[in-house]
Design a protein around this ligand. Sequence first.
Ligand code: GDP
Ligand code: ZN
Length: 324
Amino acid sequence: MARVRAQVVQLDRGLPLVKTPDGALVRCKHATALVKEGNVRAVVGDWVQVVLDDDADIAQIAEVESRTRAFVRKDPAERQLPQTLAANFDTVIVAHPLHELNVRRLERELVLAHETGAAVVVALTKADLAQDGRTEGDLALVRHIVADDVRVLVVSSEDSESVEELRACVPEGTVAVLIGRSGVGKSSLVNLLAGRDVQQTTPVRETDGKGRHTTVNRAMITIERGGSVVDMPGVRGLGLWGADAGIAAAFPDVVELARGCRFRDCTHGEEPGCALAKAVEEGRLRPERLESYRHLAEENEAQKLKREEAARLATRGRKRRKRS
Ligand code: GDP
Ligand code: ZN
C-alpha cells in the first residue's frame, strides 16, 4: 500500500478520477470515514491523499486538503445546503453569448464568480452571430457593468485566433473554471483551447486495467500552451449561497452609491433619502441594474435567513435527542 498526493481531475457519478504525481489516472472512492463523519466529498480540483492498494480494485481517498478556492452554489435540490462544484482554481471564465445578451443572468454569473475570490474573465461567445449594428452597444454595456478588474473578451469558435487572448488568461500552472448556460459555446471553447475534441464520453482506464466508458460530468482539461480548464456542463441553477462578498464585488458602482443613502439599512425601495433612487432619477444608474442588485441582494438575504433557521432546527433536534 502506498499513499500519494493527487489532484481530482474528473468526477463521474460521484466517483473521482485523480492524477498522481507520475501522471497516472486512478479511479477512487472516498474512505467511509470521510463521507460518514466529515460528510466530505472531493470535487474537481481538490488535492487529496490517496491510498493505492494493489489488491483493491479501486483506490481510496483518505483525506481532502483544505481548499484555497471553491465554486459554491445553493444545492438546486431545494434543501438548504451548499454544493461545491470545483476547487483550487485561479480564474473563473464566464461564457455568455454576445448576440443573446441577458444582462440579468450575466450579473448573477458575475456574483457567483466574484464570490470565489478568483480573477474573473467574461468571454462573449458566438461573436460571428452578433449583428454589426448592435455589437458595439452590447459590448459597451458589458464593459460598463463589470468591475474594473474584469477582462471582457470577444470570442468565436469560427475564428480560432479569437481564443488566443482567452488562452493567455490561463497560463501554464493555472486552472480556470468555465461557467455559463448550456449552449453558449463552452465545449467549443474548450475544444479550441485544448486543440482537440474533448468528448463528453471518454474512455477511462480503471485501476483494474479494464477500459470502460464513463459519462463525464465534470472534468479538468489540459489546454495547449496553457494550464487547465474545468468545464461544467449541465450546471443549470446558479442559486446564491452566502454571496455577500460576491455581490459587493460584482456591483461596486451600486455599493459606492449606496453609501450615500440616508439609512444604513436602506433597502433602496421606497425609503426617503435613497441615493440609488436619486442616481436612477438623474440617469447615473440604470434602473435595470438597481433592479438586478435588489433582486440578488434579496435572494441572498432570504437564503441566509433560511439557512439560519435550518441550523436552529438542527441544533434543537440534537438537544432534544440528547435529553431523551
Ligand atoms: P455548451 O453547451 O456551452 O458547451 O455549448 P457548445 O459548445 O456545445 O455549443 C452549442 C452550439 O453552438 C453548438 O451547435 C455549436 O456548434 C454552436 N457554437 C458554439 N460556439 C459557436 C460560435 O462561436 N459561433 C457559432 N456560430 N456557433 C457556435
Ligand atoms: Zn438606498
